[in-house]
Each structure stands twice: as C-alpha cells, then as structure tokens.
Design a protein around this ligand. Structure first.
Ligand code: TZP
Ligand code: MG
Length: 207
C-alpha cells in the first residue's frame, strides 16, 4: 500500500466535533490516510469508535490505522496499527495482524528508523519535528535536519509529524518526507476540509 500524502489523526479529544464528522471532512479535503487515536479510552469505547470510523473510511476507500492497539485494529478490520517505541513490538503486532496489515512506528532517530525497517515496519512516523500542543508526553522536537537524516536512512516511507502547518509543510516535504501527519492544522480549523486542502497544496509546492 502507498503510504504518503496527508495523514490525518482524528480522535475524540474535541467533544464539540464528533470523530466521524472530523474524519469525513478530512477525507473530503483530500486526506489519504486516517488514523484513529484515542487516549484514556476503554477498549469497549475504542472498538465502538473504530467501528464507526471504519464505516466512513470504507465508504471513501481510505485506509484506517488504529493508534497503539493491534487488538482494536484486528477487531475493527482496520488497515493497520501505529505503534510507539514502548508499545507491542512490531514482530508481535505482525503475528496478530498478518502480512498484509500496515504497521507504522514512531521514531526520533535514524537508528530507530533503521531498526524499525529491519523489523518489518511498513512506514515510519518521525517527530515531533516542531513543538506540538497535541501530545502531553511528546519527545523534544527533532527539527528539519534530523528529519532529513531519518528520511535518508531508510527506504520505507517516512511520515513527518508534530507542529506541522501549511507555513512549514513545504520544508518538511523538502527534507524527504513521503507525507505529513497532523492534528491541529486541520482539526482545530473551523472548516476542516478547507484546511486539509490548503495543507495539501502547501505540501505539493515543493514537489
Ligand atoms: N506524535 C508526535 S507529535 C504528535 C504525535 C501524535 C501530535 C501531532 O499533533 P499536531 O497538533 O499536528 O502537532
Ligand atoms: Mg502511541
């Protein structure tokens, strides 16, 4: 599967915006991958939301990635899972989800990226590139130079994440990223679809 473009990370952190509506708007704006990221949520709630979001992503033929939980990914029929460095190791997620699943992992260094590729990751999430307001336990920002090194250390796609907006998306793509993952830039906007389309324009300016 081609992992590139605008990777939109939706979740129920905005209770003024139902997650299904957020996802549909991002897809209408051109998002090519959706991640459902629920924190402090029971497994019961996570699977319920994943099932509802899967109905939307299926309608538009867009892949759905579940954050952190291979069990929720499997049960919901999602395309794959996104893992952190302290989550289930890739080999075990692969055992659960099988060879056709898409497995991504967050990295902060080229060494972690090389290791992830060796372990069979399908893509890498690299960041935070810039300071972010969306992750309480975020690592320090890696910056554009480290992003460049990560992108050029592996052959699997690198999706850049953290503090990315239309004003810095062009330089992020210039560092060699295959795509950009965002929360705030699109989901804090009043018009999610328009903000998504604007960000995609900014990404393409360089390529
Ligand atoms: N992982 C690293 S930064 C981040 C995650 C989940 C949050 C990205 O959100 P934003 O609002 O686009 O900076
Ligand atoms: Mg995680």
């Amino acid at each position: 599967m081609n992992i590139s473009g605008l990777y939109a990370i939706a979740g129920s952190y905005r209770n003024d915006k139902p997650v299904e509506r957020m996802v549909e708007a991002a897809i209408k704006g051109g998002a090519s991958i959706i991640q459902l990221r629920e924190k402090n949520t029971s497994a019961k709630q996570y699977i319920e939301r994943a099932t509802r979001v899967k109905a939307i992503t299926d309608r538009y033929g867009v892949p759905l990635i579940i954050d952190d939980r291979a069990d929720i990914a499997l049960a919901s029929g999602a395309t794959g899972v996104h893992l952190g460095q302290n989550d289930l190791p890739i080999e075990f997620a692969r055992q659960i989800l099988g060879s056709s699943a898409v497995i991504g992992i967050s990295v902060q260094t080229p060494q972690q990226a090389i290791m992830a590729q060796r372990q069979g990751a399908d893509y890498i999430g690299a960041g935070p590139v810039f300071p972010t307001i969306s992750k309480d336990d975020a690592e320090p920002p890696i910056g554009i130079a480290d992003l460049y090194d990560i992108c050029h250390a592996v052959t699997i796609p690198v999706i850049a994440i953290g503090g990315i907006y239309s004003y810095n998306a062009t330089e992020v793509m210039g560092a060699g990223a295959a795509g950009i993952a965002v929360i705030s830039a699109i989901f804090n906007a009043r018009d999610i679809a328009a903000a998504t389309a604007e960000l995609i324009q900014a990404m393409r300016r360089n390529t």
